[in-house]
Ligand binder design. Structure first.
Ligand SMILES: *Cc1c(COP(=O)(O)O)cnc(C)c1O
Ligand SMILES: [Zn+2]
Length: 399
């Protein structure tokens, strides 16, 4: 006879936190919806946990095979408000064929294409929509280059909230149709995501929406930071030497670094010598331009559309925070062309059986350049972060 053994789960720790401006340290009320810091102008508000030392075993919910295994360091008060579609806990794959082609010992890829709605946006929006539910929000709005809109729509459908998505009209059809399938209101705008943001600003005057624009509220970043926790846990707390990240608004880049800092203050990792490398498309490379000193900031940068639509963010709100991560980690920023991106999508598909998003494929082109110019060495432990699935972009490809 089968006995039901109930293994009592150890009590998980949950840390308390404050909402603080990332620049001036002003503190904001966490019981109310917040946007960004108006006191010092245009700075994101961050969640600052009051972390004590703990063992991972005391904090991670090992039974939970989603990003919510790190709920102890996520700012949700009541588990009943959690809005989850199974996001996170994505695999790390070994790209053996590409590694040997490039003369590398190994090459890792964290495959975020397996997330709900096919991109890592699911992490941020699971967190932000959960928090919206907890704070009594009824309607959410987002300007998007594509994937954030689909993810917002799906999580709002699950939570029973209304979603409004404002997207460039040139975005491939799949990105539009999924929003409609999830019951969202879809508004198309000529231009790029910054033009969509202007439309959102107008709509907000007519109706009280929770605006979940990248880094203009504190919670998407918290969902994204689970990427950092997760890759550390999956690599047995031994971090890569280099992480290549396709940067748009920068939540993943900033979030991974935030996770590393939090894990260090809890004593889970010691130093983190990981170099963070931001990859953009030559059609829209504001961060590269600022990083290399061509402009003091991207506030007037003019970008063009790219096949890697998630990278078409001409004036990222949290540019300063991205530059800080690059500086602190000794990283760099570089851009690759449309032709290189398209060739990389095809190469990764044929060599590894992975139909990655053009954003993720851009990393392969960047890696080749960095190996050639000696900024990455063949023996180093390198991780590519494939942020999304290639399936939604198929309209734009001939194979
Ligand atoms: C949004 C997006 C990015 C860029 O992410 P940020 O957090 O804005 O830097 C990269 N790749 C894909 C597939 C995306 O959807
Ligand atoms: Zn401030």
């Amino acid at each position: 006879m089968k006995t039901n053994v109930s293994l009592a789960a150890p009590m998980a720790t949950t840390y308390s936190y404050q909402l603080k401006c990332s620049t001036c340290e002003a503190v904001y009320d966490q019981r109310q919806l917040q946007t960004f810091c108006a006191l010092c102008g245009q700075s994101p508000i961050s969640v600052k946990f009051e972390l004590g030392t703990s063992l991972p075993q005391h904090l991670i919910d090992f039974e939970e095979r989603s990003m919510w295994r790190y709920a102890g360091v996520l700012p949700l008060k009541n588990k009943l408000n959690r809005v989850s579609l199974g996001e996170g806990w994505t695999p790390i794959l070994q790209l053996d064929t590409l590694a040997s082609r490039l003369g590398m010992h190994s090459l890792l890829l964290k495959d975020e294409s397996l997330n709900p709605t096919g991109s890592f946006k699911a992490r941020g929006l699971s967190m932000a929509v959960s928090k919206a539910k907890e704070l009594g929000v009824e309607a959410c709005i987002v300007p998007t280059a594509g994937n954030a809109g689909g993810a917002l729509s799906a999580y709002c459908a699950k939570a029973g909230l209304q979603a409004t998505v404002v997207m460039p009209s040139h975005t491939p059809e799949a990105f539009k149709k999924e929003c409609l399938a999830f019951g969202a209101e879809l508004i198309l705008v000529e231009g790029l995501i910054n033009d969509c943001a202007q439309k959102v600003a107008m709509l907000k005057k007519e109706r009280p929406y929770f605006d979940v624009s990248t880094m203009k509220e504190p919670y998407r970043l918290e969902g994204k930071k689970t990427l950092g926790y997760e890759l550390a846990e999956q690599l047995d707390w031994s971090l890569p030497d280099v992480i290549l990240y396709p940067a748009g608004g920068g939540t993943g880049l900033i979030g991974i670094w935030k996770a590393f800092e939090e894990m260090k203050s809890m004593g889970w990792i010691k130093e983190f010598p990981t170099r963070m490398i931001a990859v953009q498309a030559t059609n829209c490379q504001p961060l590269v331009a600022t990083f290399s000193g061509l402009q003091s900031s991207s506030s007037n940068y003019q970008g063009k559309a790219t096949i890697a639509n998630g990278l078409a963010v001409p004036r990222p709100f949290a540019e300063r925070m991205m530059l800080d991560v690059l500086a602190q980690s000794g990283g760099t920023a570089l851009a690759v062309s449309e032709d290189e991106i398209i060739a990389s999508v095809k190469e990764m598909a044929k060599a590894e059986g992975l139909l990655v998003a053009p954003e993720g494929a851009a990393l392969l082109a960047a890696l080749k350049r960095l190996l050639k110019n000696g900024q990455i060495e063949a023996h180093q432990k390198v991780m590519l972060l494939n942020t999304g699935s290639g399936y939604k972009y198929l309209d734009n490809f001939d194979f």
